[in-house]
Ligand binder design. Structure first.
Ligand SMILES: NC(=O)c1ccc[n+]([C@@H]2O[C@H](COP(=O)([O-])OP(=O)(O)OC[C@H]3O[C@@H](n4cnc5c(N)ncnc54)[C@H](O)[C@@H]3O)[C@@H](O)[C@H]2O)c1
Ligand SMILES: O=c1ccn([C@@H]2O[C@H](COP(=O)(O)OP(=O)(O)O[C@H]3O[C@H](CO)[C@@H](O)[C@H](O)[C@H]3O)[C@@H](O)[C@H]2O)c(=O)[nH]1
Length: 330
């Protein structure tokens, strides 16, 4: 039996594929390579195609015996979603609908889903737990919440069990140094700060310093990508063990402001890193920090790499060895 990983050639997906590979799972990857890279795959059988293509998905489900799906494939940029909400509804909501329909058709009953802190919106209090209000402040978060609700009704009607993992901010790179973060264009804070350290950008733009936080810049909870990957394996195991559907936050429980991230990157890299204050980016909540007690208790999740110096250090090693990212011509 194989695990189907959608978006497995992407940043977090490729780290989950590496973790699945390490424990000897059969892996099938579906990715349209809009952001993914063949070179990011350390294992698995890759099918290049789009989730919204029913004939393509038929081939994947017919040619493989799949017992669980890990669903990463999505568009996931807060800023872009405020300008192009239709793109997010089409790829995220409709794409997930296509996947769930096929799972139902082929009798696949387990799905682990990449959800997000963006489902909460501006929190009423921090740390945020899974029972807190979900009121997204951006279209991206709204589509992820819609996907979670869709899975709930597929569970009610078709007994497809889901574990929705609401990640906070993923960062860092694999311990082996073989895979890391490479998006085009890059919009995430940590890789952009490191590109500035490498001299590939003149500076890092800080989006707003007038938030109600200690230094005025947004606060986020950064979690190492391989700690996230581990949680997916635990979630697959839990579903295989017959558990009911559930939602879990995945974060390290500590908030860092944009200015603090830049300061730590200066110390890790030994580089100057110029920062320029710019206006706020639409859709950004001021503070997102997780309580992951539930994931620790029920999944047995124990993140071990998520100290921010380690996270930035591992990303820095990857960026130094791969300043141009993956070679997509290979
Ligand atoms: N990066 C983060 O900090 C973060 C935080 C919370 C949640 N998430 C979620 O985690 C998931 C993975 O994020 P990431 O940072 O690895 O993104 P990513 O863009 O690197 O990976 C997504 C992958 O899905 C593929 N894809 C997208 N649409 C597809 C489609 N219709 N058919 C087939 N393949 C498709 C892309 O080519 C890409 O390889 C996303 O669902 C995202 O919303 C990410
Ligand atoms: O050049 C930059 C890039 C980002 N930021 C700020 O840095 C913080 C983090 O931004 P970013 O790295 O883009 O991540 P988020 O917008 O917080 O979103 C990430 O984290 C979410 C979970 O919290 C996921 O759902 C998203 O998919 C993922 O992109 C935000 O306050 C941004 O405004 C800057 O100031 N300058």
């Amino acid at each position: 039996m194989a695990v189907l990983v959608t978006g497995g050639a992407g940043y977090i997906g490729s780290h989950a594929v590496a973790a699945l590979q390490e424990r000897g799972e059969d892996i099938v990857v579906v990715d349209n390579l809009q952001q993914g890279h063949k070179g990011a795959l350390l294992g698995g059988k890759l099918y290049v195609g789009d989730l919204r293509d029913a004939d393509f998905l038929d081939t994947v489900f017919k040619e493989n015996e799949i017992d669980a799906v890990i669903h990463f494939a999505a568009n996931s940029l807060v800023g872009e979603s405020m300008k192009l909400p239709g793109k997010y509804y089409h790829n995220n909501v409709y794409g997930t609908l296509c996947l769930l329909e096929k799972m139902n058709e082929y009798g696949v009953k387990r799905i682990v889903f990449s959800s997000t802190a963006a489902t909460y919106g501006e929190p009423e209090s921090v740390p945020i737990d899974e029972y807190d209000r979900t009121l997204p402040t951006n279209a991206y978060g709204e589509t992820k919440l819609a996907m979670e609700k869709m899975m709930k009704w597929f569970d009610v009607a078709h007994d497809i069990k889901y574990i929705s993992l609401r990640y906070f901010n993923a960062a860092g790179a694999h311990d082996s140094g073989r895979i890391g973060e490479d998006h085009h264009p890059e919009t995430h804070l940590v890789p952009i700060v490191l590109e500035a350290a490498l001299g590939k950008r003149p500076h890092i733009s800080v989006f707003g310093d007038d938030y109600a936080t200690e230094d005025g810049t947004c606060v986020r909870d950064y979690i190492h990508v391989s700690d996230l990957a581990d949680a997916h394996l635990l979630a697959v195991d839990r579903l295989r063990g017959g558990a009911d559907s559930a939602v879990y936050n995945l974060g390290n429980g500590q908030g860092f402001s944009v200015k603090q991230v830049i300061e730590i990157a200066r110390s890790v890299t030994g580089k100057e890193i110029n920062a320029v204050i710019e206006p706020r980016r639409a859709g950004d909540p001021a503070v997102l920090v997780a309580s992951s007690d539930r994931a620790r208790k029920e999944l047995g999740w124990n993140p071990t790499r998520s100290n921010l110096e380690n996270i930035i250090g591992s990303a820095w090693s990857w960026h130094q060895s791969n300043p141009e990212g993956y070679d997509d011509k290979k």
